[in-house]
Design a protein. Structure first.
Lengths: 290, 268, 287
């Protein structure tokens, strides 16, 4: 009886162990597949030519595979989204956590949660129907589908996550800090920005990391507003990001062709980029904690 | 708890088994490819399903290049391409069968006063040599060039006929005929090309050298900007029973009425 | 307490910050109102009974989204059936069984990494691995498997957090009574973590509903009307993919907005459910 019980215990232990290892397996799977698929093209094209080549013409008679335009576009797009989204989100979070009356806070929080859950294609749709024509008329350019449109859409998309995470971080600041500051003569607003915010620094940094991750990985919404031509990035130029470069040509690239392999390489570059950014930002986070 | 786990296991196994079953079910036809052919193949598929209950027809609108790839890789029964197969593609073991002819309409926004352009002017516009509408009798607006993605059959046809291969300076490269129509409809300075079968009243189709694109002018060849709708199959693999039946149906004269009402010109 | 007078410099700083905060909050609120309002305004008029219950027909020139609705339901079910056992199981292992700290850290780190990877990369790997290597072709099932990997971290995390709220004394009490480890989990811990599992479930459903990039290459965009098993084995568009195709490739904006309105209402519904679940369990905990 005891042996049977022990056998079952061990079996269950084994099952759960396997389930746990499957998670690790998944990440390994993704990394391995990307590396295997992505390396051949980089080898054939040459690392420097691939990463720093300025022209992408995958189906021309003399194909060229430089992805610098995509890399720069992704960087500028994400940077632009962060520059707009983080201050707005962060300031809104400060207001919500410290100044807003509770009822207002709950209403706005629910609204923000709703915004966070909206599928990216819906953002893309509204962007396509409202933002793109709007940019065209406002700035008197021939076509509104541009990097600028993508930046606005991305900024709006990362806003909810930034607000939510900053909120949590700000609420975790011990009340004693704020009370002490008020007792020393600071006004509430000064306290919030000179005391609470620095105390919540790591949480806010985490919000930025989250925002960067989401912005650099977005594909669908951007496909609908950014124009999709493989140009070097310009604010009002039609551009292609790393993500949309993969998405737009993947369906018709012939299997085994250099074009398809190059697309996998772009995905690999994107993957490594994200790993790098996460590692760097986490490194800074750890250090600022100390 | 045990019962729950067993239930999950059984359901998962069943789900996986069902995919296996999905492969051998005789009543399915899968097509993949050209977005220009959507209305034609969609109508044909629906009529086929209506006459043969128990058969499911699917169509994946991914673009001509993608359709050729899909059938070559065995991911669908029949590939759809709105251009002839290239020699390398035929060498891969693919056969082409022409289903119909389709005109490529050169479209502009309904607010654009220009009504007619000749082939050479169109070529010069797309090569970037003419940049403002006022140079050809339109408004003072910078011309916005809209085109298709590199694997598109429509683009291939347009570029080879206007002699602008590899030199088009597109402002936007879109992935479907419908998208080009939408974009041109929304921008007064845009010009684009799209399958005649799909053109709606939201845009204006230009006449080329005086010839309006209609079924007659495409059929007798006077409207020169045209290309074939092609069915792509693997040369040495037999189609499944349902797929073969579908193939025979759409290439017979029975299907001609449906093809015409969808806007293309039947050839059989 | 003496009231000090505040220097003009400080007064200016305070005013500036107040104004900035005001602008940020107003912009945020305006955005939310505009998005929700615009989508509902443009979409709801197009939502008709006919739209919801028919499949698209070329011959009668009609668009219906029933196949897309069904495809979405199938894919949600298939994903949940797979991700719940995996995620809950892995979480149980991590909190209850794992002795090796390094292994636990590694698994947690990889789970965090998984959640940061863009969905388009999942779509790519899913296409390579499930559609080609495993031979599932373009199908809802391949899409479901891809979604399972994407949602694994969420389910794991919420279950883990729930497991951690079960007081250690409960477990020790059960052990003290002579129960084996599995028995303890089964009877004492699992009931306690139901909340986490349900929350993880709801969050996953929300994420699956909104997912499109991962499904483009794995599940395709066909609109055939199928039963559940047939449907899983064949290509099909979910609501989000259908929205993209109708908007971008067909120019059917009325339909696209209708789908957007439906998706938005579903999102609201999911958020509401998650909040209700949270409140229900909170009340139980206090009692």
């Amino acid at each position: 009886m005891k042996n049977r019980k022990r056998l079952m215990e061990n079996a269950i232990h084994g099952i759960f162990l396997i389930l746990g290892l499957i998670t690790v397996g998944c990440v390994l799977l993704i990394t391995i597949y990307l590396v295997i698929s992505g390396i051949p093209a980089i080898r054939k094209i040459g690392v420097l030519k691939f990463l720093f080549g300025k022209k992408w013409a995958s189906t021309a008679a003399q194909p060229q595979y430089g992805i610098l335009p995509f890399i720069l576009t992704s960087i500028y797009g994400t940077a632009g989204a962060i520059v707009i989204g983080v201050p707005v989100g962060f300031l809104a979070a400060v207001y919500l956590s410290k100044i807003a009356p509770p009822k207002v806070k709950t209403v706005i929080e629910t609204a923000v949660s709703l915004l966070a859950g909206i599928p990216s294609v819906v953002y893309g749709l509204v962007g396509m129907m409202v933002l793109v024509p709007g940019i065209r008329t406002l700035f008197h350019i021939p076509d509104g589908a541009s990097l600028f449109a993508a930046i606005i859409v991305l900024a709006i998309m990362i806003l909810p996550s930034i607000i939510k995470v900053s909120l949590t971080a700000l609420e975790a600041v011990p009340k004693e800090y704020e009370d002490a500051s008020l007792a020393l003569g600071a006004t509430p607003v000064e306290t919030y920005f000179r005391v609470s915010v620095p105390a919540a620094k790591s949480g806010i940094a985490a919000a930025v990391v989250l925002g960067v991750g989401r912005a650099i990985g977005e594909a669908m919404a951007i496909m609908m507003v950014a124009g999709n031509a493989p140009n070097m990035p310009g604010m009002f130029q039609s551009v292609r990001f790393l993500t949309t470069a993969v998405a737009s040509e993947m369906s018709y690239a012939a299997d085994g062709s250099l074009q398809k392999q190059a697309l996998f390489s772009i995905a690999l570059v994107l993957f490594l980029f994200i790993m790098l950014i996460n590692a760097v930002l986490n490194f800074f986070l750890k250090h600022s904690k100390e | 708890m045990k019962k729950f786990v067993t239930l999950i296991a059984i359901v998962s196994l069943m789900l996986t088994a069902m995919t296996g079953c999905g492969k051998t079910v005789s009543g399915s036809v899968s097509t993949d490819g050209s977005t220009s052919m959507e209305k034609v193949i969609g109508a044909l598929g629906e009529a086929f399903e209506g006459n043969n209950s128990g058969v499911t027809f699917t169509y994946n609108p991914t673009g001509s290049g993608s359709g050729v790839t899909a059938v070559a890789e065995g991911r669908c029964d029949i590939g759809l391409s709105s251009r002839n197969l290239k020699d390398e593609e035929k060498a891969q073991g693919l056969t082409e069968t022409i289903l119909a002819l389709d005109g490529i309409a050169v479209i502009v926004n309904t607010d654009n006063p220009v009504n007619d352009l000749d082939l050479e002017t169109i070529g010069r516009i797309y090569r970037g040599e003419i940049t403002n509408w006022k140079e050809i009798g339109g408004n003072d607006l910078e011309i916005v060039l809209i085109g298709r993605e590199a694997g598109s059959g429509t683009r291939d046809g347009f570029e080879s006929i206007t002699d602008t291969e590899d030199v088009c300076k597109y402002r936007q490269e879109l992935t479907s005929t419908g998208d080009v129509i939408t974009t041109v409809a929304g921008n007064p300075a845009a010009i684009g090309y799209a399958s005649l079968a799909s053109v709606k009243e939201t845009v204006k189709a230009l006449s080329v050298s005086g010839i309006m694109p209609t079924e007659e002018t495409v059929k007798d060849g006077s409207y020169v900007v045209q290309r074939p709708f092609v069915l792509v199959t693997r040369s040495n693999t037999e189609l499944s029973e349902a797929a073969q039946k579908f193939f025979d149906y759409i290439t017979s004269s029975e299907a001609n009425e449906i093809i015409s009402s969808a806007g293309a010109v039947p050839v059989n | 307490m003496q009231k000090q007078s505040i220097s003009t410099k400080r007064k200016a700083y305070i005013t500036v910050m107040r104004v900035l905060m005001g602008i940020s909050v107003s912009v945020t609120c305006a955005l939310v109102l505009f998005l929700i309002g615009y989508v509902l305004w443009k979409g709801l008029p197009n939502v008709s009974w006919e739209l919801l219950t028919t499949k698209p027909s070329y011959l009668s020139n009609r668009i219906g989204i029933l196949p897309d609705i069904l495809n979405t339901v199938y894919i949600v079910l298939a994903t949940l059936v797979l991700v719940l056992p995996l995620g809950v199981g892995a979480a149980i292992y991590l909190t209850e069984y794992a002795k090796n700290k390094k292994l636990v850290e590694m698994i947690e780190y990889t789970a965090e990494t998984l959640s940061g990877i863009p969905s388009i990369i999942y779509g790519l790997v899913g296409m390579l691995f499930f559609c080609q290597f495993f031979g599932m072709k373009t199908s809802l099932l391949a899409g479901a498997f891809t979604l399972v990997i994407m949602n694994l971290p969420t389910v794991m995390r919420t279950t883990q957090e729930s497991l951690k709220t079960v007081p250690q004394s409960y477990r020790e009490g059960a052990f003290g009574l002579g129960a084996g480890k599995w028995r303890v989990i089964y009877t004492v811990v699992l009931p306690g973590c139901i909340e986490g599992v349900i929350t993880g479930c709801i969050l996953s459903v929300g994420r699956i509903l909104g997912e499109s990039a991962a499904l483009l290459f794995t599940a395709g965009f066909a609109h055939a009307l199928n039963g559940i098993f047939e449907g899983l084995g064949s290509a099909g568009a979910t609501l989000t993919v259908a929205l993209y195709v109708y908007a971008k490739e067909n120019g059917e904006f009325g339909i696209a907005f209708a789908i957007a309105a439906i998706l938005m209402i579903l999102t609201m519904f999911i958020n509401l459910s998650a909040a209700l679940v949270g409140r229900y369990f909170q009340r139980r905990r206090i009692v």
